[in-house]
Design a protein around this ligand. Structure first.
Ligand SMILES: Nc1ncnc2c1ncn2[C@@H]1O[C@H](COP(=O)(O)OP(=O)(O)OP(=O)(O)O)[C@@H](O)[C@H]1O
Ligand SMILES: O=P(O)(O)OC[C@H]1O[C@](O)(CO)[C@@H](O)[C@@H]1O
Ligand SMILES: [Mg+2]
Length: 439
């Protein structure tokens, strides 16, 4: 039990002694309720059954440190220098986070120097010439209207020692890393080098992923925008499928290891008859297999709509090695399935009209929708409050509807996956009517 509580505790650079500049803002509101009580925790469990299962007194229950402003902070804003970097694949909302970090740091904490490192971790290394831009409220104005990241991004390993050299040379006190699981692994290594050198540089992550695969963050920013965009492909494929005899719409959506985008986009349209995701293995061939089921349905109902996550069915293909960051390169299952469906129908003398759409990068290169924009701003505020209060080696998360501080080690210790026994997958089964198992 003690171990679990310790695993949830965030590292602090030191005691917070400086009066928060936010006090002025809050004094005018005549309240201090916005400040987080340093001893408070957001409980890990939220049902009587889960709490009872631990069989421990309430004050010993494991919980996350809540996000939000502290009355006393660690860094003196007038002397604080901040760096921001975006790493990994694109995600709607990256620019919203950058802008909100800059505005909060400048307007409410009075930080005067914010560096933007160009092109991911590359931008902090000598080999790439350390291209750095100054970020001010003026030059980040309006960037949230655009997809992508004004800072650029990259994949590929960089030496954490070199990165810390760069932070030291620029006298950076706080580094914000906006990125996915790989970026957070990198951030942890940077924080470890900082600690080895006895420096007081805070490393705080804002988790980014359209795949929604980072744990302890109920929905990652950009995910909602991405699956909303994906519904356009499903709608188009469904229109095509219903307009032709024996029409089959097949849409492949991003989702390397987690099928959240496929599940949510399929549920949003409620037109999918099949959803295939990496978390739920399926047989393609044989009497109980997917292809036979699809053929029966098309023959009986005249059309069918299939949504696949790109990480599904990889066992039918041979992997193509790894990308620059070490991520497995996926084979194109959607294209493979398209051919398998065509061959299966042709071999049985059934004419089918298959329309295949892979919206690919179009779902992640768009600007954030209003929901994600709000979320990005709030995550950025929580990240600034945490960093200014001396937290490090942590990411901002969202747990049980509250912003929380999650140690990076914990955030990268597992992957958020669609639970085949959970209520989301049950909703997919209910909405599609597909059998629970293709075997
Ligand atoms: N284990 C690791 N140690 C140090 N750095 C890492 C590690 N894994 C990834 N990185 C670095 O983090 C950066 C981004 O990683 P990656 O390409 O895996 O994307 P990501 O952050 O996981 O985002 P996404 O997968 O959502 O696109 C890269 O520069 C990569 O080299
Ligand atoms: O940019 P790349 O390397 O093609 O990455 C594609 C991958 O990135 C993601 O969009 C996650 O960022 C996955 O859904 C997808 O598999
Ligand atoms: Mg990743």
């Amino acid at each position: 039990m003690v171990d679990e509580r310790a695993r949830l505790e965030v590292t602090m650079l030191g005691e917070c002694r400086i009066e928060s500049p936010l006090s002025e803002l809050l004094r005018r509101r005549r309240t201090t309720r916005h400040y987080v009580d340093e001893t408070d925790r957001v409980l890990l469990d939220d049902t009587v059954a889960l709490v009872t299962a631990r069989g421990v007194p309430v004050h010993e229950l494991p919980g996350f440190e809540p996000g939000g402003p502290r009355a006393k902070i660690f860094f003196d804003p007038s002397k604080t220098r901040v760096g921001i970097v975006t790493c990994g694949g694109l995600c709607p909302g990256l620019n919203d986070v950058i802008r909100a970090l800059v505005l909060e740091l400048t307007h409410h904490y009075g930080v005067r120097r914010i560096f933007g490192f160009r092109n991911g971790y590359q931008g902090l290394t000598a080999r790439y010439g350390r291209p750095v831009v100054d970020l001010t409220p003026e030059n980040v104005a309006g960037i949230n209207e655009y997809g992508g990241t004004i800072l650029g991004t990259s994949r590929g390993n960089q030496d954490p020692n070199e990165i810390v050299d760069c932070l030291e040379q620029l006298s950076v006190n706080i580094l914000f890393v906006i990125g996915g699981d790989g970026s957070m692994r990198g951030a942890l290594k940077i924080a470890e080098v900082v600690a080895e050198r006895g420096r007081r540089i805070a490393v705080v992550g804002v988790p980014k992923t359209i795949d929604n695969d980072i744990p302890y963050i109920e929905r990652s920013f950009g995910f909602q925008t991405a699956f909303a965009k994906a519904t356009e492909a499903i709608r188009a494929a469904h229109v095509e499928a219903t307009a032709f005899p024996n029409g089959i719409g097949l849409v492949q959506l991003m989702g390397r290891h987690s099928g959240f985008i496929a599940c949510y986009a399929a549920l949003a349209n409620n037109d999918a008859d099949y959803v295939l995701i990496p978390e739920v293995p399926f047989a393609l061939d044989g009497p109980g297999g997917f292809l036979e089921h699809l053929r029966s349905r098309v023959v009986e109902r005249g059309h069918a709509m299939v949504v696949v996550a790109e990480g599904a069915g990889q066992e039918y293909l041979s992997a193509r090695g790894t990308d620059a960051s070490g991520n497995l390169r996926l084979e194109d299952f959607g294209r493979y399935l398209r051919h398998r469906i065509a061959d299966h129908f042709a071999a049985r003398g059934v004419e089918a009209n298959l329309k295949y759409i892979d919206p690919s990068y179009t779902i992640r290169s768009v600007p954030a929708n209003p929901y994600d924009s709000v979320y990005c701003i709030r995550l950025a505020h929580a990240a600034v409050h945490a960093a200014m209060a001396g937290r490090t080696e942590m990411v901002v998360g969202r747990w049980r509807g509250r912003f929380v501080h999650v140690p990076i080690a914990l955030a990268i210790s597992s992957r958020n996956l669609v639970d085949p026994d959970g209520d989301l997958w049950l909703s997919v089964l209910e909405a599609t009517g597909q059998p629970p198992v293709f075997a």
